[in-house]
Design a protein around this ligand. Sequence first.
Ligand SMILES: Cc1cc2nc3c(=O)[nH]c(=O)nc-3n(C[C@H](O)[C@H](O)[C@H](O)COP(=O)(O)O)c2cc1C
Length: 379
Amino acid sequence: MTIPELKIGDLVARIPIIQGGMGIGISLSGLSSAVANQGGIGVIAAAMIGLHETDICSNFREANIRALRREIRKAREATEGILGVNIMVALTNFADMVRTSLEEGIDIIFSGAGLPLDLPKYLKDGFKTKLVPIVSSARAAKAICKRWLSKFDSLPDAFVVEGPLAGGHLGFSAEQLENPDFALEKLIPEVVEAVLPFQEDRKVDIPVIAAGGVYSGGDIHKFLRLGAAGVQMATRFVTTHECDADIRFKQSYLDARMEDLVIIKSPLGLLGRAIRNQFIEDVEGGKKKPFKCPYHCLIPCNVKDSPYCISLALVHAKRGTLKHGFAFAGQNAYRAEQIISVKELITSLLDEYTIAACGSIADCQQSMPRVLDSPWQGV
Ligand SMILES: Cc1cc2nc3c(=O)[nH]c(=O)nc-3n(C[C@H](O)[C@H](O)[C@H](O)COP(=O)(O)O)c2cc1C
């Protein structure tokens, strides 16, 4: 029972797993190349990628361009697999990040946190980069298809559909997060149906990818059966050796209990999911964390009224100084028990997928005895 490949245009990933982009230094060349080497799609996140550059405060634009270029090249040296860049629409340097990724010949650009309505305008003749919007509803997917068709005579190469259990900023209101009508299990068939007429009209494939709370091989099997062509997973990749965050960031996942995963109101006016800590409690209790903003990195950020700087808080978290920040995480983060390699993680996911696809362990034993020897069985 082999897992299907994921095809996005002429790109073929041997396994249908995309590692979700994790900004402010959590997914860089280390994690993305490790995932690509295992046959998945590795993704470098562009948000504040220049955080380690010495001139980040004085030369925000150039520092980020330089760092992105370097991370793409480093990842490319480490893998021949498929690499993407995640670029949030909300970034003030969105255009810089898109242009740099295209110049570096990145395979795929993933773009959410807003609707990437004008993304194709950057794609000049000869570029082969695939464009994949991240959406949270069938309505958004339809709006993007219509706009790209009318303005650019093109369609997205795929959609990532991010449901309410994801980590980081979320595309849902507090009521929607609680409403089962917005569960990823509902959204996937809706988006598949919404893009069907566009696919048929243009005779192209627009694979739909499920994201948000996908944790086990059984989950992957479930979403493929619901019509997804693949999954995007982020939280699961944080507790790997190759994840680019400080060990203390990863440890905060291992230490988290279910009740520690909380919804916060970000200074961007969006809700987000994070691991509760003293910093979050201070802010909830009305404490301000004074800061100077040298670069205004996120368009919707209301610098004047923000109780803290979200970029700075996330930079601290990435570096392991969680006292001055907090870790974004998906709802399933509390399930992590140990730090393993990307290879071990992918092997366990594939084994679990096989068991789910066989229907029962007994059936599986007959067709694939190796699965039952796996130390990861049941993880
Ligand atoms: C630490 C962290 C940082 C994230 N940063 C970004 C980001 O910069 N851009 C983005 O589009 N999504 C971001 N996300 C969302 C992920 O890419 C992904 O779609 C989502 O978390 C999937 O759900 P999962 O974490 O349950 O697997 C982030 C998620 C986490 C956990």
